[in-house]
Design a protein around this ligand. Structure first.
Ligand SMILES: [Zn+2]
Length: 302
C-alpha cells in the first residue's frame, strides 16, 4: 500500500450523503464504506450489506471484522461494539474546549481502516459516518484526509426525518423525528461540524457542499471535491458491486436518477416556521432563503 487517503462526509443524515459517497468513491477509484462506525452494530444485528448478503457473510466485511478482532486482540465483536459505543458524541465536540485523549478509538479506527484497505485493495476510502466526533478520530488516523461538510435545507431534512423509511437491511423502519427534534439536531450537527473544522488546522482539506448544489450538478461537484487531493478522477468509474454499511435505504436501488427533492415545500406552514425559528442563523449562513417560492403559505399570483 502506498500513501493513504480518506474522504469523510460530516453532516446531518437525509442530506444525500449516501449518493455523494458512492459517486465520489467511483470517481477516485476508492472504496465506499458507508457509515463505517456502524460496522459492529450492523454485524451484531445481522444487517445487509449493499452487495445483498449479510454483513457477516459479505466477502469484504466478513474478512475485515475478524481481521480487526485479531489486530485489536479481542475475542468478540461485542467488545468492539462496546468500545465504539464509548466514542464521544457530537455535543462533546461542540462543548469541550480541548479534545480528550481518545487512544482507544484511534486504535480501533486505525485497525479498521487498515483491514478495509487491505481487503478492498485500495488506498482510498470514502466514509459517510456523518458524526463530527467520529471525524475527529478519523483525523487522528489519516495520513491525508479531506472533510466534506454536507448541508441541506433544514426544512427538507425535517420533512424527510418526519417520514419513516423502510430500510431493507433492518427489521424495523428507520426512526422518524418531529420537525422540532430534527431542527435542533440539524443545528447541533452543523455547529459541531463547524467547531471540528475550525480546529483541524490548515493541513486538512475541508469543503462545504450544499446538497442542492450537488444534486444540481453532481458530475461537476464530485470531481471538484476529489481534485482537492490531486487524485486521478474517473468520470465513468463504476464498480459492479458496492459493500457499504448503513445509510439511506436508496443505496439498494442502484443507478436511480438523482433529482432535487422539494416535497418539503408542502409541509404545514406552522411546522416550517418552527424549523426556521430554530435554524435561521445557520440557514442564512449557508445561503438558504427564509421565504421560499412554491411553499403552501405563499400568496397565489393574481
Ligand atoms: Zn458486501
Amino acid at each position: 500500500m502506498g500513501d493513504t487517503l480518506s474522504y469523510f462526509v460530516i453532516g446531518m443524515g437525509r442530506s444525500g450523503s449516501t449518493v455523494l459517497g458512492s459517486l465520489l468513491a467511483r470517481a477516485v477509484d476508492g472504496f465506499y464504506c458507508g457509515e463505517l462506525h456502524l460496522l459492529w452494530q450492523s454485524w451484531l444485528a445481522d444487517r445487509l450489506c449493499t452487495c445483498g448478503t449479510s454483513v457477516r457473510t459479505c466477502p469484504v466485511w466478513g474478512e475485515v471484522v475478524p481481521d480487526v478482532m485479531r489486530a485489536s486482540k479481542v475475542s468478540s465483536v461485542e467488545v468492539l461494539a462496546t468500545i465504539q459505543s464509548r466514542q464521544m458524541r457530537d455535543r462533546e465536540v461542540l462543548l469541550r474546549p480541548r479534545w480528550r485523549d481518545d487512544v482507544e478509538h484511534v486504535a480501533l479506527r486505525r485497525h479498521t481502516e487498515e483491514a478495509v484497505r487491505r481487503v478492498a485493495g485500495t488506498d482510498v476510502l470514502v466514509d459517510t459516518s456523518h458524526s463530527a466526533a467520529v471525524a475527529y478520530v478519523a483525523k487522528c488516523v489519516a495520513e491525508a484526509l479531506q472533510f466534506i461538510h454536507l448541508v441541506r435545507d433544514p426544512r427538507a431534512v425535517a420533512f424527510s426525518s418526519a417520514r419513516p423509511k423502510h430500510d431493507p437491511s433492518m427489521q424495523a423502519p428507520m426512526p422518524s423525528r418531529s420537525p422540532m427534534d430534527a431542527a435542533l439536531r440539524w443545528m447541533g450537527v452543523n455547529l459541531a461540524a463547524e467547531r471540528l473544522l475550525r480546529g483541524v488546522g490548515e493541513d486538512t482539506a475541508a469543503r462545504r457542499l450544499r446538497y442542492e448544489d450537488f444534486v444540481h450538478d453532481p458530475t461537476g461537484s464530485v470531481p471538484e471535491l476529489a481534485l482537492l487531493n490531486d487524485v486521478v478522477v474517473h468520470p465513468t468509474g463504476c464498480p459492479l458491486i458496492e459493500h457499504s454499511i448503513a445509510g439511506n435505504p436508496g443505496r439498494f436501488q442502484r443507478d436511480q436518477p438523482l433529482r432535487l427533492d422539494e416535497r418539503w415545500k408542502s409541509m404545514p406552514p406552522s411546522e416550517r416556521r418552527q424549523v426556521e425559528l430554530i435554524t435561521f442563523p445557520l440557514m442564512l449562513r449557508y445561503g438558504y432563503p427564509l421565504r421560499v417560492s412554491g411553499s403552501r403559505d405563499e400568496p397565489l399570483p393574481r
